[in-house]
Design a protein. Structure first.
Length: 165
């Protein structure tokens, strides 16, 4: 495609683009569940700004445009929660999601001492589940999102990402 997408840590200036991108990307997810109150769609811009400031947030850029994003934060027990992975619909299928995940995983392990990575995805989100399994995540249980969507919980030990690089 002759496109070069770069992955880097998000800055405050990116918050608005991340906010708009996630709103666009999670429409298809909402449609899968017939639920338009899922967290990424109701999150406020201020809340995205706070996450960019406090958490481990990475973006994929095509030129000036933010075309992908992922968030991660480390909890008390040494596991890192990774979430809100999204890639612009027109750029899906080019490995950008896997690159974002890898960037978040290595930063969470190296800078924040994560021992394992955990993420939740909706039980019908086939493309997400495929990607997570391909990069070494395994289903460890289920939970229900605050929005009532049944979620699959996946985990992967830190250090496993080295083999994926």
């Amino acid at each position: 495609m002759g496109m070069s997408v770069t992955i880097s840590a998000a800055t405050e200036q990116d918050a608005e683009q991340i906010f708009r991108l996630q709103y666009l990307c999670f429409q298809s997810e909402a449609a899968l569940y017939g639920n338009y109150r899922i967290d990424p769609l109701v999150q406020t811009l201020d809340s995205v700004r706070e996450e960019v400031a406090a958490d481990c947030v990475f973006v994929a850029r095509l030129g000036e445009e933010v075309v992908g994003s992922v968030r991660g934060s480390v909890t008390e027990d040494g596991s890192a929660a990774i979430g809100k992975l999204c890639v612009h619909p027109r750029l899906q299928g080019h490995g950008i999601g896997a690159r974002l995940l890898r960037a978040a995983e290595s930063a969470l392990a190296e800078e924040r001492g994560a021992k394992r990575f955990r993420l939740h995805t909706g039980h019908r989100s086939e493309s997400g589940l495929r990607l997570y399994r391909r990069v070494g995540y395994e289903a460890v249980g289920t939970s229900e999102g605050a929005d009532g969507v049944p979620m699959i919980v996946l985990e992967k030990p830190a250090g496993a990402y080295a083999q994926m690089a």
